[in-house]
Design a binder for this molecule. Structure first.
Ligand SMILES: CC(=O)Nc1ccn([C@H]2C[C@H](O)[C@@H](CO)O2)c(=O)n1
Length: 107
């Protein structure tokens, strides 16, 4: 059985949107989908492993790349075309993805 992770990384360019609660989901592959609903994770930048907040995990749900829609994009503070391009860059060719919904923990 997989241990639930207690840490998450984001590209630095998304930090401001996360701290402003403009970005309230992240879409990850199977390897990064094992977050426990209700847990609080420490969040750092991918580039330099700099801690910048904690997030409470509200939901983890499977989604097909082809089923991504405008509501997912809105929750990512992007257009749908931008979101699909970002996902395609990070997870090329991966159809099975997971929507991780979270809430910023005010420090
Ligand atoms: C840095 C890292 O390990 N992985 C990721 C994966 C995704 N993101 C962002 C990009 C998009 O906004 C959403 C959807 O995947 O999450 C990220 O910052 N870091």
């Amino acid at each position: 059985m997989q241990t639930a992770p207690t840490e998450m990384t984001f590209f630095e360019r998304f930090e401001a949107d996360i701290l402003a609660s403009k970005k309230t989901i992240t879409i990850r592959d199977e390897a990064e989908s094992h977050y426990k609903v209700g847990s609080v994770v420490d969040v750092s930048t991918y580039e330099d492993d700099r801690w910048f907040c904690q997030l409470k995990i509200l939901d983890v749900s499977p989604i097909q790349f082809s089923a991504l829609n405008d509501f997912h994009a809105e929750q990512e503070n992007m257009t749908l075309d931008e979101l699909k391009a970002v996902i395609h860059d990070i997870y090329p060719g991966i159809e099975q993805l997971y929507v991780v919904t979270y809430q910023l923990v005010e420090q």
